[in-house]
Design a protein around this ligand. Structure first.
Ligand code: HEM
Length: 231
């Protein structure tokens, strides 16, 4: 009861607001809460600013890196192209961009637990039907952090801060994905596309859950952050 009150009074946003004892005892405290120090938030924001100076290029590089390191990742992404064809694929580019928008949201809302949950929920929702293994999300965030470090966009200390923040996100996405979903009523339209419209690059197991590019773009514009106007 007291702990609940504590959450209502201080919110879950302020790391100073909740005493360590409350955090320890609180029955509604959950493992998804992430509290970063001011130093960590600064390290993350500073390196993210550098990344965003060349946002589109860096976004494509990170996604390319994921594919280079894991063929399984490419299979799950469903874009079986190589080299320039891969980099010029509109879905590939859109997805690289979505990822940066996702990180943008997370960086803008460090220590805002509700926003973090909302962002993770949106990602879980996009990927629920494809049942993406959580390892793919781990590969994505690890490659981002490696990329920041290898390209001097962060320091070792900064990369630790990034890990402390992002390492928790895949678990949150997984728990949200596992939550039972409300069944759509029969009259409600589903987002499935007729087989004739599904794209050839999508494997059979994915084809029912893919959408056309125009649908993707429309959904993307509703993504947690619509700051997807990378140059
Ligand atoms: C945390 C990082 C991720 C973010 C922010 C993200 C974002 C998005 C967004 C916004 C969409 C819907 C728009 C679109 O179709 O492009 C989407 C769809 C999709 N994503 Fe991701 N994604 C992430 C990770 C991944 C990973 C790791 C994979 C697989 C390796 C993946 C594979 C897919 C596929 C196959 C779709 C199409 C799903 C469908 O049409 O139902 N995503 N993603």
């Amino acid at each position: 009861m007291g702990a609940t009150l504590c959450h209502y009074l201080y919110g879950s946003e302020s790391k100073e607001g909740i005493s360590p004892i409350c955090i320890k005892l609180c029955p509604i405290r959950d493992r998804d809460k992430i509290f970063l120090t001011d130093k960590e938030t600064n390290l993350i924001s500073e390196s993210w600013k550098i990344f965003k100076r060349n946002r589109r290029y860096n976004a494509l590089e990170v996604l390319t890196l994921c594919i280079k390191k894991s063929p399984k990742f490419q299979k799950d992404l469903g874009i079986m192209k190589e080299g320039n064809k891969l980099r010029n694929d509109s879905h590939f580019r859109l997805h690289a961009d979505s990822f940066v928008s996702f990180i943008d949201d997370l960086v803008d809302n460090m220590n805002n637990q509700n926003k973090i949950q909302a962002t993770a929920t949106a990602i879980a929702k996009y990927h629920r039907k494809t049942k993406l293994p959580i390892t793919d999300f781990i590969i994505y965030k690890d490659n981002l952090i490696d990329y920041l470090l290898e390209n001097n966009m962060t320091t070792k200390q900064g990369s630790k801060a990034w890990h402390r923040y992002l390492d928790r996100i895949p678990g949150i996405v997984r728990r949200i994905q596992k939550q039972p979903q409300a069944q759509p009523s029969k009259t409600q339209s589903t987002s499935r596309i007729p087989k004739s419209q599904s794209t050839s690059r999508v494997s059979k197991s994915q084809s029912t859950s893919r959408v056309s590019k125009s649908q993707s773009a429309a959904r993307l514009s509703k993504s947690p952050s619509s700051k997807s106007n990378v140059k």
